[in-house]
Design a protein around this ligand. Sequence first.
Ligand code: AMP
Length: 383
Amino acid sequence: MSPQVPIHTPHCIVGVIGGGQLGRMIALAARRMGVRTVIWTGGLEAPAVECADEVIDKPFDDAEALADFCSRVTVATVEFENIPCETLEKVAKCIDLYPSPRAICITQNREREKNFLKENNIPHTWFAVIASATDLAAAMKELNGPGVLKTADFGYDGKGQVKLEGDEDPEKIWASFGAPRSVLEAWVPFEKELSVMAARGADGITVTYDPAENRHRHHILDVSIIPARVSPAVALEAAAIARRVAEALDYRGILGVEFFLKKDGSLLVNEIAPRPHNSGHHTLDACVTSQFTQQLRAVIGLPLGSTRLHSPVAMLNLLGDMWRDETTPPDWLPLFEDPETSLHLYGKRRAIGRRKMGHANFLGPTAEDALERAEAMKALWLI
Ligand code: AMP
């Protein structure tokens, strides 16, 4: 599209490619604003379906679905990044799509993402692109220490990754990894993991939310603590880096930047998510503007809202392993007995393994207090 992007009216119809929980929460935010949504998703059991105004239930490579989507919406966005670049390009030819196909295609693939970080002098861990056992052998030799091999495409929540100590046989590793195009990264002995949600509007103005401190369980986000317990200098630096990422991508919309914080106080970017992010779910209850409302403001072309945190908060992810069985949730009563919590469920019918079923936000006078209550609740449900 031309750089002179139109500003849509708040009463436009927003098309969302993808039907997961992020799409659901975008649709819910849209309903509050009187904005209609069309969700394009493969599968009517998708969490966003029951909250959308209209649904297109067809695969992303279906030409008819593409034409249908473009004819029904005024402006489009994505709720997950693993959508074929070709589809994104085609959508952007017929309607405005934010973030741009370029930004999504860079961030959906680790090789392109790492090269983008390198080209833009954004701090990141050492990496090498791997396409063969020979490449892996050479990269392991150069790294000369622990690392992690990650597939370039379709990786999330620790999937498609293998940790290497450095003394393994590259041939064997490559063969057992299934040999997809990959990236070998140096292992980062981090002190904390942080993330910053940033939003860049139609006018090119970028705003950032307070950094979140993230803890994982089985490679999946477990708890986010906001504000992160880091020095003001680290918080400012994380926000400044997230801003640089948004600007270098010429981004429009909300994005999440994940960081490793090292003992010496330096930050390395691990990953960029071109959409609302799990570590931004606290914004629903603890910030003036939620990440979902912010996404709509950015995509529609409205001025951005305040990112001010009005309370310390801990966000606890509710995974399927907390359910008593596939269809029986944990006892929510203790959660409701705590008057400073709120429950968000995604409407998923079956709790399988570590599926993300919902999240709970615990507000508190301090981040420690909120975290303590979140951890106590988790302990109740994980017995
Ligand atoms: P990712 O899917 O790349 O976000 O990785 C999932 C998790 O694995 C991260 O949140 C970290 O806890 C861990 N991890 C990934 N890459 C590295 C690394 N290079 N060094 C240390 N830990 C890592």
